[in-house]
Design a protein around this ligand. Structure first.
Ligand code: KG4
Ligand code: ZN
Length: 344
């Protein structure tokens, strides 16, 4: 047996089928297949996602191993997303991975997808130091977490309705910009005016760290209706709406993260998840590096769903013996798929 920890990791919780190989916590390959079948439906169709995962997962595994220069027999740990996500989609990756672990007689590590977004920041050369504030912004979740150590998280706030990415997707859809909406809004906002219109973000009385993004979506909807958008739309109008909307969302995320960093006296901040690919978000948060903070945002390829982040999370779970059951020669194939994130 090799003294290297070679991890084969799988992500299949939504519409990306992804397989990665890591050696001692370093990504050697990270193959991501974004399923295009969903585009014509304007959103992800769960049954199609499951079938596509099943159709492609074996060949992508071969590709990931080949690209990493590893044989299947070199693998000594298998990991997969076990929660949260589309249940059918998760089951494909999870069962494929567990079967592989059983066949190879190596340990299996189940990974929470949201934790994986959080720990994707550890794929950077320079790693965050504990304690840090983690902002996770994806299509399904928006969380501010105080991370005291590996897998010691305190959720400070979360969205009470739509996730940040979901708001981008819905607003883009209203303007006919396609799915997913985040990249389209990002691109158009670069040409637009952030001061064109003030789209309000709801303030929540019960928690200073919780978010609500459903109000801003409705306010964009009313703006489009009141201004007869379909008749008056122009490139400039769309760009300006994108810039103003994006500014409002990113500013809210930014203000709450700063509030948390100050309250807990934390200097290290991570921002991860699909929305962290946003160029305005990056510019806004990275400006904190000049103000005494250390901001970590994963590379673009690790922002949206990918198996590299599953692998790095499994790596830290394994080496820190989270749950205490991972030993190099015992098989731990007991992960059950879940829809919630109670285990966060
Ligand atoms: O993390 P992710 O790939 O999947 C989930 O776990 O949900 O995030 C997908 C979300 C989508 O809502 C997409 O619109 C958003 O990330 N996104 C962006 C950008 N790229 C992807 N949002 C804003 N700007 C972007 N450049
Ligand atoms: Zn995700």
């Amino acid at each position: 047996m090799t003294d290297k920890l070679n991890i084969l990791a799988f992500e299949s919780s939504c519409d990306e089928t992804s397989v990665a190989v890591l050696e001692n916590g370093k990504v050697l390959s990270n193959i991501i297949l974004s399923q295009e079948y969903h585009l014509k439906f304007g959103g992800v169709v769960p049954e199609i996602a499951s079938r596509e995962h099943l159709r492609r997962i074996a060949e992508l595994t071969d590709e990931a191993l080949g690209k990493a220069g590893k044989k299947i027999s070199d693998i000594n740990l298998v990991a997969a997303t076990s929660e949260p996500g589309l249940i059918g989609a998760i089951l494909i990756g999870l069962n494929f991975a567990k079967s592989l672990a059983a066949t190879l007689n190596v340990p299996f590590v189940n990974v929470n997808h949201i934790q994986a977004h959080l720990y994707s920041a550890f794929l950077n050369e320079k790693k965050p130091e504990f304690p840090f504030i983690g902002l996770i912004v994806s299509g399904g979740h928006t969380l501010i977490v105080l991370v005291e150590d590996f897998f010691r998280h305190r959720i400070l706030g979360t969205t009470v309705d739509d996730a940040a990415g979901e708001a981008f997707d819905k607003v883009a859809k209203m303007m006919g910009l396609g799915y997913p909406g985040g990249p389209a809004i990002d691109k158009r906002a670069k040409e637009g005016d952030i001061n064109f219109h003030k789209f309000p973000i709801s303030r929540l009385k019960d928690s200073k760290y919780n978010f609500s993004f459903s109000g801003i979506k409705t306010s964009v909807l009313y703006f489009l209706r009141n201004n007869n958008f379909e008749q008056t739309k122009s490139e400039k109008l769309i760009n300006d709406i994108c810039a103003s909307f994006q500014h409002a969302v990113i500013k809210t995320l930014f203000d709450k993260v700063i509030l948390a960093a100050k309250e807990f006296g934390v200097k290290d901040i991570t921002v991860s998840g699909g929305v962290s690919a946003n160029s305005y978000l990056k510019e806004t948060f990275l400006s904190l590096n000049e103000k005494g903070y250390n901001v970590y945002i994963p590379d673009f390829i690790y922002s949206t769903d990918n198996a590299g982040m599953i692998g790095i999370t499994a790596y830290y779970k394994y080496i820190s013996a989270v749950d205490g059951y991972y030993t190099s020669d015992s098989l731990a194939v007991h992960a059950k798929p879940r829809l919630d994130f109670e285990n966060f």
